[in-house]
Design a protein around this ligand. Structure first.
Ligand code: ACO
Length: 326
């Protein structure tokens, strides 16, 4: 039986780090009030990173991808599929796709397949599930899965209820065909009836909307997120016939510490089994899970043989989980 296994991870954060105090001072110049205390209490976020003006999603992605490739021991030319999860692609409508731009920037000339995937904050989980299916069907051997975002470009810095929550970054994994168990279960869901509570700027092709920036009804998103995250994790566990107690690490989408700890609690997992990066990264949407995964791989918390539950929830509404043995 062919499995797909994570054989390398990498991540990248832009150099510019913005603390809550920095942001509060910037908003104060426009008469908008916020504070470190409000942001930390409501979300757990203390700082986030913003891309430089000459850095796009593909640039962040390439930096993360290089590190993942190095960790995997593979050359870029050995990759036969690139999937980039992003809601902030370099070009409108992913035309050309960020994945194609990444392929070119990595200097790959092997005509690997490449496409972008849009599921907002669940994008990485959706991309992993797709990569796993390609590998298990025998259609790809080595897949580069990347989550990359420059949400700072779509934020309304006059809206304190959203602009304090998001950051920029990228994370990548190399998923390869393996005879050893790797990805044990994937579960994906969507409910388009909730699309309006969390959405990005309207495209030029959409003449029905003049929305300029990201919009989020925070409390409505919060309520939905809490209800679906425990459920989808349990679905993945049931598929793998694994008790929740066998999860070594929970890596939820890093949007809000209160949602994350609530989910861990519902699964009966102690807080120290959860990887947390939201305090330093903010919500980096599709990049948040692979960023957190890479941090915990590199600091030695995640070890070979560990069971890792990755789960995300985001715009669409979309949600999903990937349970993987490392
Ligand atoms: N600083 C100070 N006060 C603020 C700020 C701010 N930055 N933002 C809002 N407030 C005020 C509001 O105006 C409101 O004031 P009022 O009571 O006088 O009207 C008050 O704080 C409370 O606002 P709420 O929105 O009710 O605050 P809440 O406790 O719900 O926290 C938050 C808001 C952090 C957004 C929370 O709802 C949340 O985390 N939601 C989920 C976000 C999420 O998980 N997103 C994941 C998906 S993201 C994706 O897919 C792209």
């Amino acid at each position: 039986m062919t499995y797909s296994k994570i054989i390398g991870t990498g991540s990248y954060l832009p150099a510019k780090r913005v603390t809550n105090d920095d942001l509060a001072a910037q908003l104060a110049t426009k008469g908008i009030e916020t504070s470190d205390e409000w942001i930390v209490t409501r979300s757990g976020i203390s700082a986030r990173h913003y891309a430089a003006p000459d850095e796009n999603a593909s640039d962040l992605a390439v930096n993360a991808a290089r590190k993942a490739l190095e960790a995997s021991g593979l050359e870029a030319e050995q990759i036969d599929l690139i999937i980039v999860a992003t809601s902030t692609p370099d070009y409108f409508g992913s035309f050309p796709s960020t994945a194609c731009i990444v392929q070119n920037k990595l200097g790959m000339r092997n005509n690997s397949a490449a496409f972008d995937m849009g599921a907002v904050c669940s994008g990485f989980v959706y991309a992993m599930a797709t990569a796993d299916a390609f590998i298990k069907a025998g259609n790809a051997k080595n897949v580069l899965v990347i989550g990359t975002e420059v949400f700072s470009r779509i934020l309304d810095f006059d809206d304190r209820s959203t602009c304090v929550l998001f950051g920029d970054g990228a994370g990548a994994v190399v998923l390869a065909a393996s005879e050893e168990p790797g990805v044990l279960a994937v579960k994906l869901h969507a409910d388009g009836s909730h699309g309006g509570i969390l959405c990005g700027p309207a495209n030029p092709s959409n003449q029905a909307s003049n929305q300029e920036f990201l919009y989020m009804d925070g409390p409505a998103v919060f309520k939905l997120a809490v209800s679906v995250l425990e459920k989808v994790a349990n679905e993945a566990l049931a598929h793998a016939q694994m008790p929740a107690g066998d999860i070594d690490w929970l890596i939820p989408h890093q949007a809000n510490l209160r949602i994350m700890t609530g989910t861990a609690k519902k699964l009966g997992l102690p807080a120290d089994k959860m990887v947390v990066t939201v305090h330093e990264h903010g919500n980096t949407s599709a990049a948040s899970i692979p960023l957190a995964l890479d941090v915990a791989m590199r600091d030695g918390r995640i070890k070979p043989g560990h069971n890792v539950m990755m789960e995300g929830v985001g715009g669409g509404f979309t949600w999903g989980a990937v349970l993987a043995r490392m």
